[in-house]
Design a protein around this ligand. Structure first.
Ligand SMILES: Nc1ncnc2c1ncn2[C@@H]1O[C@H](COP(=O)(O)OP(=O)(O)OP(=O)(O)O)[C@@H](O)[C@H]1O
Ligand SMILES: [Mg+2]
Length: 303
């Protein structure tokens, strides 16, 4: 197992930022770490990369203990921190050479050129970091995280602030890298998560509230299914609400969304209602749960 987390908690003074987190993950997985602002994602990543001690619990990375083997773990792990701190006054190659030295990389020159190529930095590689656009600075951050060819890659919001084209490129890069590694990344961009992850871990207020493949989370946690319907003529909302098994109805223009239990099928009832009302159905389809709706339904605070 590349990562094993057993009951990790973190207190910042009186505030509990993580509460007894358990999960494990292995090579070949791309795990999306999601959660609203302040949920504890960055804190968890800092603990796994040995930048911050846990208050309680155990975690191992490639078999090494985060509490006692931080030097070994740093050799095995690549980390792109949130806000990607870089030495802005350095040139790209100069900075990467510095990182290569820190990791004592053999043949640093060829490794640096390889990473520049791999992360698409070539056109900007002669510039000072402070003059790079945000997307290219992000690539420098990813290149430094990959320097030691890590077994585990931890990326804290790797695509924040990138334009859509750069996002697609960085996504392809991460997918490519992930074949031989475990990648854990946090993101607030749901399309990104949907396109990349094999698995989601969702935190809310320091608690782990979901950990599963996207398909499984959507069918078990959501617990309700959404059917969208368009009728040719106006229809009274109360008639839709009265259909057996419909729990609630939402309306957006001429489109109605009918919610029901995942185990029931209301489509015949909707059809019968349309016939009885001498109305006509123009469209009826079951909406699949997107990562975005899963996220909202899991992380909303019950009021
Ligand atoms: N050094 C610190 N001292 C005190 N409190 C902290 C510290 N770092 C984080 N916190 C608090 O811990 C909680 C979790 O923060 P964390 O940065 O891990 O959240 P996050 O999920 O990464 O959020 P975001 O999506 O905004 O990046 C927040 O309430 C935050 O204010
Ligand atoms: Mg964060």
């Amino acid at each position: 197992m590349s990562i094993e987390v057993k009951g990790i908690s973190k207190m910042y003074g009186a505030q509990k930022a993580l509460n007894s987190i358990h999960f494990s993950a292995q090579k070949g997985e791309i795990v999306g770490l999601l959660g609203p602002n302040g949920a504890g994602k960055t804190t968890l990543m800092k603990i796994l990369t040995c930048f911050l001690p846990a208050t309680e619990g155990e975690a191992t990375v490639c078999g090494y203990d985060v509490n006692t083997d931080s030097l070994e773990i740093r050799k095995k792990i690549g980390y792109l921190p949130e806000h990607n701190p870089l030495y802005r006054e350095m040139y790209v190659r100069e900075y990467l050479a510095f990182i290569a030295k820190v990791f004592n990389v053999p043949n640093p020159k060829s490794r640096i050129e390889e990473l520049i190529e791999q992360t698409g930095l070539s056109p900007e590689a002669n510039k000072k970091i402070e003059f790079l656009s945000k997307g290219y600075r992000q690539r420098v951050g990813i290149a430094q995280a990959l320097m030691n060819d890590p077994e585990v890659l931890i990326l804290d919001e790797p695509t924040s602030g990138l334009d859509p084209n750069q996002m697609v490129e960085i996504r392809a890069l991460i997918r490519n890298i992930a074949k031989e590694k475990l990648v854990i990344f946090s993101s607030h961009i749901m399309d990104q998560v949907e396109a990349l992850c094999s698995r989601l871990i969702i935190l809310r207020n320091g608690e782990l509230v979901a950990d599963d493949a996207i398909e499984n989370i959507s069918s078990t946690i959501n617990g309700e299914k959404k059917i969208s319907v368009i009728f040719k003529h106006n229809i009274d909302l109360s008639l839709l609400k009265n259909i057996a098994s419909v729990s609630r109805v939402e309306q957006n223009g001429n489109k109605f969304f009918l919610f029901c239990d995942t185990n029931t099928d209301i489509r015949e009832n909707v059809f019968d209602l349309a016939v009885a009302q001498k109305n006509k159905l123009l469209m009826m389809q079951e909406e699949s749960s997107s990562v975005s709706s899963i996220f909202q339904s899991i992380t909303k605070i019950e009021s």
